[in-house]
Every structure is written in C-alpha cells, then in structure tokens.
Design a protein around this ligand. Structure first.
Ligand code: GDP
Ligand code: MG
Length: 727
C-alpha cells in the first residue's frame, strides 16, 4: 500500500516557537538552504507519522503577508504556489492580539489553516485565559494548545492537522473579515470581472486576488499582467477604478481602510475569547529589563557579557585547539612515515593537510562562539543588546540590530554576514554586510602578533588594540558614507521588540550552534582545500630549478668536512662541532627552500606584483603572503614562513627576526597590518557576500572598496610615518 504524502507549512510571527515545533516534528531529518532567489533561510524536513509521509516547512516568521519584506513574500508565495495541504499558524498565546493579524490574512487565502496556540504555559503564567473552543468556532478552524519547548500536545497538533488536510472541509470561508459594504461591493465586482476574464486560468483564489488588487499589491499586479497580458491590463484598470471610487468615498487609501477593518475584526475576536485575570503575576521579564536595558547599569553588564564571550571563546577554545593541532601533527607524521616520497605525498602533507589543518583547528573556537551567540539569542538577551546599541548604531544610520552581525565579525566574517539575515530592510542588510569585514576577524590576529611583536615589541599590545579600533572607526565612517550615497535612507522603520526572557532548551541551543557551524565548515572546507592545493602547486613548480649553487653537493661536502674534524676531536669539542654543523646545514636547507620558492611560479608572480606593494613599504614576499591571504587570512603567516624559510621548529619569534633583518621597517610593518585589516576579505567571506547580497555587483564593490582603501591608507601610514620621522 502506498504511503500518503502530505505537506504541512508552519507559519507564524517571529519568536512564536515555529522552529521549536519544526525541530520536534522533524528531528534530525532537516534540510536547510535558501528560498530560491533570495537569502531567506529555508528549512524543510520529513517525518513519518500516523502512517503518512509528512513534509514539514518552516516558513519565515512574519507579522503579516504584505509584499513589503522578502520574508513575507516568500511565505505568501509558498502558500499560494505550493498549496500545502495544511498551514499551521503557530500563535504566541501570550500575545494573541498581535498574532491574529497574520491569521486573518492566512484565512483570506484559499488554504486550510489551523491554529497552534503555542506558549500556552506563558499565557497561563501571565493570567491570560483563551477560550479555544470559541476561537475555533468563530474562525471555523481547528485550534490546539501547545507548549513547544516541553513537547506538549505536539502529536495532538499533528493529528488534527492530518485530519484537516484529509477532510473535505468546505473551504469557502464563512468566518472571515467582512469589510464595509462599499469595499465588499468593490471586491465582489472586481472578483466577478476577474473570474470572467481569466476563465478558470487563475491560480489563486479570486476573492483574495480582488482584495489584493484593491490594496494595490504590486506583486499580485505583476503576476496578473504576466499571466494574462492584455486581459490582465484590463483587470488592473478595473481595480484602479474601484480604488479611485473607494478612495473618493473614504478619503483614505483602501489598503489603510482594510487594515483598520482587519484590526477591528481582531479586536472583536479578542473580546470574545480572551480574558486576563486581574491578579496578574509579577512579570519577571519586565523586572529583568529594568536592570538589563537600564542606561547606566545595562551597558557595563553588556560589555562584561561580550568580553566573557570572547574570553571563553579564546581561552576555553585553546585546549581543544591544542588537541586538534597535536592530532594533525601525529596524523601527518604518521602519513610521512607511511607514504613513499613523491609529489603526491608532498601535495598531501605540505598542501592539503597543512592548509586545511590550519583552518580546522579553529573549529572549537567557532563552536564555542556560536554556542554563546545561540545562548544570547535563545534567552532573549540578544534583543536587549540590540536595544542598548541602537543609539550608537544610529550614528551610521543603522538600527541596533545590525550590531549583532558586526559583533560576530570579530570572530569570523562568514557567519557574521549570514547573521544579517535577521535585518528586515535590504538596504540595512547590504550596508551591514559591506562594513562587517572591517571588524577584524580572529584569523588576522596571528598576523598582527607577528608584526607588532617584531617591530613594536614594547607597545605591541597598544598597536594591536589600535588596529582593532581603526577597523571599527573605518566601519563607522564607511557606513555613514554609504548611507548618504549608495544606500540612502532607512525606509523600513520598526519597533524594537523585546520578547520575554526564556530559559533556553539545550536541544535547540545545540541545533542552532550546529546549524551555523555546519555551514561554516562546509564552506571553509571546500574553499580552503582548493586554495591550499593551488598555493602548494604554485610554490612547488616548476620542479626543475636552476639553483645558484648545488645545494645537495654542498651540504654533502660540509658534512664530510665536519665528519673529518669530528673524528679527531675530544668529546666536548664534538658536541659543539656537531651543533655548528647542524646549523650550517639547516641554513643551507633554508636557503634552498627560499630559492625554490623565489623561482617558483609563486615567486615569479610576486616579482610581477612587487611594484604594487613597493610604495607601501612591503616587499615581494609580503605581497605574495597578502595574495595568499585571499584564500584565508590564516595563510598569510604560514606563507611568510615558507617564503622567508624560517623552518618549522624555530622559536616563535623567528619569523619576526628574519622580517626585521630583511629590510622591512617599522612603518612598513604598520602599513602591512593596516593593509591586512582592510584589504579584500577571504574567499569564503567574498563567496558569502555574493550569496547574501544575491549579486556579484555588491561583491565586486566590496572587493574594490576594501582593497583600494587598504592601499590608500597603508600608503598614508607608511609615508606619513616617515615624514614624521619614524622609520
Ligand atoms: P520562531 O522564531 O518562531 O522559530 O521561534 P523559536 O522556535 O526559535 O522559539 C523562540 C523561543 O521560544 C525559544 O527559546 C523556544 O525555546 C521558546 N519556546 C518555544 N515554544 C515555547 C512554549 O510553548 N513555551 C515557552 N515558554 N517557550 C517556548
Ligand atoms: Mg525560527
């Protein structure tokens, strides 16, 4: 017997518990991606229950179904076009009135809707009583009370949903918003005209279409025009006529009027089904907010929490980082002893394991960072942080919400840019994406440590702090500039919401953490792998190099020489001589390595690029390192290590010493750090920028802007510093 398939969509306001219920229903069988064409997260999963195959979709959280935000368009299009068998509207029962706006709109579309009155526990705690039977009767749809985070009544919900899907419940809705007589008349006229014109070809409910056209919904208008051509134009002009009539009669836009009437309808329902006991419980959330969003106490607490987050991320992360590092070391030495020498072994060890390994070690930091962020989000604290930062962010013309991605940028730009999805306005999103890479990510820190340590030993800490600060200042200035030129005006004002605090569920924390880390790993893994192979190839070929001296013969010669001397010396002298011999041999090996890289394709490219970097005090090796830094900023230091041939086992500041003796100046080092801070973000970030802005144009802009700015400021720092007498 064939298993029946049903599609169930979960709709609802943000924070109503959709994802929680989605996770319970689908367990681990989830697919996370993007809705086609836009960068709104798409979650779907399947489950087998009650002898059916159920496909569950977690629609983006919205407050209504107007065509003004991507989320709303996505949710609406899905319901209209995919016609799910049931739409479950997940309602925050402690906020019934606000939730019902979406509900009335869902009710107008021709689909089977039911309610999950979630957060039933919170509603009860606040002394709110909802008459579910009455609500069900008034709106003519099934209503189930649920508590998502305690997995209460979810099976019941599913059972009712299936029942509704398979019933031939009369979907002509008796209980829906009734508009005033004039509006209803216009709707009816337009509706019958649409039905005549389209003769059954219309995909959507004709009443709904008529309402939307009277509301001047641009997306529905576009659809009608595209589908019906000249006939469509006629429909639009009829709609226009009706709009004019209604506008003339009420002296207001029909869409405003209809919105008012929906609210009136909702107010009526609330009166019928909603009672609040007079003896309200003490509202813990509100009391907490008195402290946490207080102007004076709130800020230090916030800074402390953020500081703790970084502290935990880096200090706690250092342990597993060390273990992974050791693991990689053991693994590669094992391979080293097992594999036969040859090009494949070199590729595997020096290319792939060295490259990918250098990124994998950051996994613990990333997991911890994301765990903390998930904790902030799930408890509701993140909204308070955004609230606190709102004033400061307004300096750049952004909302406090944009602060969250920027903060995450100190960890890694990739998830930070993905976090901009929470911003409603596309302009805000793009602006935030453009300035987030200036928040110096953790991968750049090793570079600063090397350069500041070598050239500014005493003031290294101050120098590094200034670099971070410079990043923030440049982000703010750039933000202001973009806001007043390319991305003018904030057109989506919004009320900063402060959802109630909640004790987070471990399961959802882990899922949120893993969701982010997984995407990060996938991207990094692929890109780093390819990048490492390319860098290795470029620096290993051509294989037959004309060395300036015959290193093999010379090394052998030196060994022979020392062996002769060793044969006659006393034991004390012997150890000294052996040491001397080893140093000389190591120096030669290094020289060989350096020459090999210098004459490799990589070195040749570096020489070509040298004129670009010379004016900012960076030699060809630095240039190459910066170039490889495009793959991942972590690689800059290791490339420098290869190019300056410091060897692997030297003391940690070896690279700094070599850099100093190579003719680089303090100002050159500073210029290098400024350049690293600002220039093109890594490949993974660039790919993310493209994905999240949905356009190569913004990606190219970001690349050119950041790199141009990097060069210009490095030039200023380098020459400015020298003019002022520093070297
Ligand atoms: P979404 O934005 O609609 O996807 O909401 P989420 O599923 O992310 O839930 C937001 C928060 O509400 C999470 O911290 C959940 O643990 C919590 N939550 C979900 N359902 C309930 C519930 O029935 N009662 C309570 N008290 N909390 C819930
Ligand atoms: Mg969600």
């Amino acid at each position: 017997m064939q298993v029946k398939q049903l599609t169930i969509a979960l709709a609802g306001n943000p924070n109503s518990g959709k994802t929680t219920i989605f996770n319970i229903l689908t367990g681990t069988r989830q697919k996370v991606g993007n809705w086609p064409g836009v960068t709104v997260e798409k979650k779907e999963g399947t489950t087998h229950k009650f002898n059916r195959e159920l496909k569950i979709i977690d629609l983006p959280g919205t407050y209504s179904l107007t065509p003004f935000s991507i989320e709303e368009i996505v949710a609406r299009d899905f319901i209209l076009e995919e016609c799910p068998d049931v739409v479950i509207d997940i309602i925050d029962a402690s906020n019934l009135e606000r939730s019902l706006y979406l509900a009335t709109q869902l009710r107008e579309i021709d689909c089977k809707v039911m309610f999950a009155l979630n957060m039933a526990d919170m509603a009860r705690n606040r002394g709110i009583k909802i008459d579910g039977d009455k609500l069900s009767e008034l709106l003519d749809l099934p209503v189930v009370f649920t508590v998502g985070n305690k997995n209460k009544n979810i099976d019941d919900l599913l059972e009712k949903a299936i029942e509704l899907a398979e019933s031939d419940h009369d979907i002509i809705q008796h209980r829906r918003v009734q508009y005033n007589n004039d509006t209803e008349k216009s709707i009816a006229l337009l509706q019958s005209f649409i039905e005549d014109q389209t003769r059954g070809q219309l995909t959507y409910n004709s009443r709904w279409t008529a309402i939307k056209l009277i509301e001047d919904d641009r997306i529905v208008k576009d659809r009608i025009l595209r589908q019906f051509g000249a006939g469509g134009e006629e429909i639009i002009s009829r709609a226009e006529t009706q709009r004019k009539i209604l506008t003339g009669r009420f002296n207001d836009d029909p869409e405003i009027l209809m919105t008012d009437e929906r609210y009136g309808f909702i107010a009526g329902i609330i009166k019928e089904v909603h009672t609040t006991s007079t003896r309200q419980r003490v509202d813990l959330s509100r009391n907490l907010d008195l402290v946490l969003t207080n102007r004076f106490i709130g800020f230090p607490i916030f800074l402390f929490l953020i500081w703790s987050m970084f502290q935990i991320t880096f200090s706690l992360g250092a342990y597993p980082m060390g273990w992974i590092e050791n693991g990689i070391l053991i693994f590669s030495s094992l391979l080293d002893s097992l594999l036969p020498s040859g090009i494949l072994k070199d590729l595997l060890l020096d290319g792939i394991i060295a490259g990918v390994g250098s990124v994998i070690i950051f996994l613990p930091n990333i997991l911890i960072l994301f765990f903390c962020i998930a904790l902030f989000e799930d408890t509701g604290y993140m909204s308070r942080a955004a609230f606190l930062m709102d004033k400061i962010m307004h300096l750049i013309g952004l909302h406090g919400k944009s602060f969250i991605p920027m903060l995450m940028g100190f960890g890694c730009s990739v998830p930070a840019i993905m976090a901009t999805r929470t911003l409603e306005s596309e302009k805000d999103r793009i602006l935030t994406i453009l300035i987030t890479p200036f928040m110096s990510c953790s991968a750049r820190l090793p570079i600063y440590i090397v350069f500041a340590g070598a050239f500014f030993a005493e003031q290294a800490g101050t120098v590094i702090f200034s670099i971070y600060l410079a990043g923030i200042v440049i982000a703010i200035i750039s933000g202001r500039m973009f806001r007043s030129t390319l991305l003018r005006g904030a057109d989506a004002p919004f009320v900063m919401e402060l959802p109630p605090y909640r004790v987070p569920m471990v399961k959802s924390l882990l899922i949120h953490m893993w969701d982010r880390s997984k995407m990060f790993l996938k991207k990094m893994g692929g890109i780093i792998l390819v990048g490492s192979i390319i860098i290795w190839t470029l620096s290993s070929f051509p294989a037959d190099i004309d060395y300036s001296q015959d290193y093999t013969a010379n090394i052998a010669g030196i060994r022979a020489e020392y062996d002769q001397q060793l044969a006659v010396e006393s034991p004390q002298q012997k150890t000294i001589l052996e040491k001397e011999r080893d140093t000389v041999v190591a120096d030669l090996e290094r020289a060989r390595k350096a020459e090999k890289v210098e004459k490799s394709y990589m070195g040749q490219i570096g020489k070509v690029l040298a004129p670009v970097f010379a004016p900012i005090g960076i030699d060809w090796r630095g240039g190459i390192a910066l170039l490889t830094g495009f793959v991942a900023k972590e690689i800059v230091v290791s490339t420098l290590g290869v190019l300056y041939a410091t060897g692997d086992n030297d003391e940690p500041d070896a690279l700094g010493k070599v850099l100093k003796s190579s003719g680089m100046t303090g100002m050159g080092a500073l210029s290098m750090m400024v350049f690293v801070l600002l220039y093109i973000p890594c490949l993974a970030t660039v790919a993310t920028i493209k994905k999240e802005t949905g356009s190569s144009k913004w990606m190219l802009f970001s690349i050119c802007y950041s790199t141009g700015l990097a060069w210009a400021l490095s030039f200023l720092v380098y020459h400015g510093g020298r003019l002022m007498g520093f070297s």
